[in-house]
Design a protein around this ligand. Structure first.
Ligand SMILES: Cc1cc2nc3c(=O)[nH]c(=O)nc-3n(C[C@H](O)[C@H](O)[C@H](O)COP(=O)(O)OP(=O)(O)OC[C@H]3O[C@@H](n4cnc5c(N)ncnc54)[C@H](O)[C@@H]3O)c2cc1C
Length: 379
């Protein structure tokens, strides 16, 4: 076994870390407080090729792999988890087109997404269909040479941003003989008449990531905007989500690493009872435990990404990485606030931001309970 990162991977990690420290981190608190999206930073990320590392150069990507992409996501999330979440969802949309799109669709839609100046959204969840994704009600009916989409999607990341190009939308196009919904996925360009981006949600954290309602009212798209095989839409969406779970794990590891870094620095300089608090075993043991679980989370997402890059099954590993890293990150963020004492509860200290943001990682792209269901199925 070789645990050494390649020179290329090390370069990606070093470049992203430097960019995250110098450009993203200084603005992260302001972005989280105001919710004003850092388009300038995203533009720079696109220029540096960070938005499409694993996609083929033929379609505007970096010609890299998912190990490199996840390392990049970890480093970005260490500075701003909102940007990490943006990237994760943008990748979901682009990846689904890469895997299931026709040559023409890839040229037209994947290319701008892989270049990163435009981003895509992934629209599956509805008011009455979250974990039970097969129960969606949004419909897509064929009318001549057009699909007509009607319905509501909720909690949709990225679509509210000015540079959102499209959403990959799951909708029901009929019933099978067994009475099950036939679900297809569609490329729906933002701005198509009948496609409305609704209110932005008032979240408890992660204001640096945009989340909106989306409405489709007689929204007409060309017949060939269907993505992949007819009737296989849900399976395609779920396959894309499997990759997304690696990204969410990397976000969790990045947030946890940021909490450890801040806690270590704080514990070394905060004096109580005449000595730095790191000298108290109650604090130093917490730091040691944090370092151990973070490394385990990192190894798990890297293994899942490596399996994916090598075209090997990775269902168990992706779900295990997501489940473990998201729950681990919440515990680490809580310990980080504890180590900071009262200061940890103040916005001025980055750990307070991570503490409110981190819970989301256990909910998006399949809750912890759903991951356990997926994992059990693989046993
Ligand atoms: C900020 C944010 C961004 C999001 N971005 C997107 C996005 O871009 N695109 C998108 O499509 N969706 C997005 N989502 C939706 C997200 O994926 C769902 O919220 C998630 O899948 C859970 O669905 P739900 O909220 O309907 O909860 P529910 O499915 O109603 O679950 C409620 C609770 O019941 C549990 N539960 C449900 N079924 C079972 C079961 N069989 N066994 C055990 N427990 C169960 C769940 O784990 C959970 O604890 C986002 C959500 C948020 C909050």
């Amino acid at each position: 076994m070789d645990f050494e990162l390649s020179e290329g991977h090390k370069m990606i990690r070093a470049m992203t870390r430097e960019f995250a420290d110098k450009v993203i981190a200084p603005k992260a608190e302001e972005v989280e407080r105001t919710g004003n999206y850092p388009y300038d930073i995203m533009d720079k990320m696109a220029d540096l090729g960070m938005m499409g590392i694993p996609f083929s150069e033929e379609y505007g990507g970096g010609g890299g792999d998912w190990v490199g992409m996840s390392l990049c996501i970890e480093e970005i999330s260490r500075a701003d988890a909102g940007l990490g979440a943006l990237l994760d969802v943008a990748l979901l949309a682009a990846h689904e087109i890469e895997v299931f799109g026709t040559e023409e669709q890839k040229r037209k839609w994947l290319t701008p997404l892989a270049k990163g100046k435009k981003i895509g959204a992934f629209a599956l969840t509805e008011p009455d269909a979250g974990s039970d994704a097969a129960s969606i009600k949004c419909t897509a009916t064929l009318d001549g040479n057009e699909w007509v989409i009607n319905g509501t999607k909720q909690f949709i990341t990225d679509i509210g941003l000015d540079n959102a190009l499209l959403a990959i939308v799951a909708a029901v196009s009929g019933k099978s003989k067994q009475g099950k919904s036939i679900i297809n996925t569609f490329i729906v360009p933002k701005g198509t008449p009948g496609f409305t981006v609704g209110k932005s949600y008032d979240k408890i954290g992660l204001h640096s990531s945009s989340t909106n309602e989306v409405f489709f009212e007689d929204c007409r798209i060309p017949r060939d905007y269907i993505l992949g095989e007819e009737g296989r839409g849900l399976a395609q969406h779920l396959a894309a989500l499997q990759m997304g779970r690696i990204c969410v794990a990397a976000i969790g590891v990045g947030m946890a690493q940021a909490c450890l870094d801040a806690s270590l620095a704080y514990a070394r300089q905060r004096i109580q009872f005449g000595r730095p608090i790191i000298n108290f075993q109650g604090i130093s043991f917490k730091l040691a435990d944090m370092a151990v679980v973070i490394e385990l989370g990192r190894l798990m997402y890297l293994k899942a990404a490596w399996l994916k890059d090598n075209n090997l099954p990775y269902t168990f590993e992706a779900s295990a990485a997501k489940l473990y890293a998201s729950e681990m990150a919440e515990r680490v963020a809580s310990d980080a606030v504890q180590i900071h004492g009262g200061y940890g509860y103040m916005r001025e200290y980055a750990v307070s931001r991570y503490y409110t943001q981190v819970k989301l990682m256990q909910i998006i792209e399949g809750t912890s309970e759903v991951q356990r269901i997926v994992i059990t199925r693989t046993l």
